[in-house]
Design a protein around this ligand. Sequence first.
Ligand code: AMO
Length: 428
Amino acid sequence: MLRTHTLKEASQLDGVEVKVCGWIHDIRVLGRIAFIILRDRSGFAQLTLIRGILGKEKFKEYTKLTRETVICARGKVQRTDQAKLGFEILPEEIEVLSVAETPLPLGVADKVSADMETRIENRFLDLRKPEVLSVFKVRSAILQGIRDTLISKNFLEVHTPKIVATATEGGTELFPVRYFEKEAYLNQSPQLYKQILMAAGFDRVFEIAPAFRAEEHNTTRHLNEFISIDVEISFADDEDAMRVLEESIANGIKYAVENEREALELLGMKWKEPELPFKRITYDEALSIINKNMDMEWGEDFSTEALKVLGEEIKDFYFITQWPLEIKPFYVMPYDEKYSLAFDLMYREKELSSGAQRNHRYESLVEIMKGKGLNPENFEFYLRAFRYGMPPHAGWGLGLERLVMIITGVKNIRECVIFPRDRTRLVP
Ligand code: AMO
């Protein structure tokens, strides 16, 4: 066994011999005594090195180790008021497992934050910073809370293909891939497949998987590869779908608050489980709020500026419902000639999720497709599923990174992905 305890586990002990491993965060030598601050995923420990105990040779060897070198230390844990952490480990032996070269391309212990480019290029070092790691602890917790919610509601977790033949969310944002002798694409959304699963009688499904969008714009809230949490529910309407969505979000936050309190504190975020239901406003109501400050036409999608106005007015989670049919995708259910049963979930000025009750009526679906300039023949595999018994259904897609951005308070969506894919970045 390389180690007996993580640093957090060791921090709970007193007078027990342990073997702990990690990275050297910092070393301070004060004559005959030296301190190594050791770091692992769970936290920090102070190794107190005393020359009189270790002997001159070992003391010299250990105090020359470079920052970020990986070591294991065997010694006794001792509670002490003198150490900032309330405990120290008095090593008898230190084993050097992997020496870190100097200088480091990115300082892990440094307070000053490097620019995003340098950080991503040296992401393995950047991720060693506790506050950077915290984002991923919170991300994992949110996901767990959401998954638990859906599983408890009897959803089936599924996976649909990511190499596909057609667009779903408008044809301009597709990445082509060579698929033997054919051209294929990376999927933008599991939309068509999750709907087909309703025809398959799966009743309620969810998928947590990457979605790919060849968006040209390089913004702080767009990625070219993101994780989409998708839900589809049979015998359900838009209101049913919204209820599952708000509950999923509330439980995701609750799970993070309960399980990653320290990580949230490190990020300076104070969350409590949000109260349900979230506010619902119609598109028309949103428009009249926006038009107190701007001059926006009915039927347009909300611009960044418009959403800012809205976000200033509603500083919380809220749904925008009853969107104009025109600006929503072909698969949403019309409410009447003008409006649809589509909704967006917002947090202040940020869009987190889109969803809708779907149009499950074959003839009407084909007609709307044609009206939007789409060729139904290209969607034959999808449309077939509507001809042999398709239940009414509703669902949504939630961008995981957008949600993580809000909960962790980071300003750039790239910080919510380990290795982000944006307009210019394909490596690492
Ligand atoms: P939509 O296209 O609105 O809807 O996407 C759903 C959610 O996915 C997230 N998202 C993104 N996140 C990061 N970078 C991007 N480039 C990006 N694009 C989208 C957002 C968005 O709200 N099929 C429908 C969903 C449905 O109706 O079920 C869809 O894909 O958080």
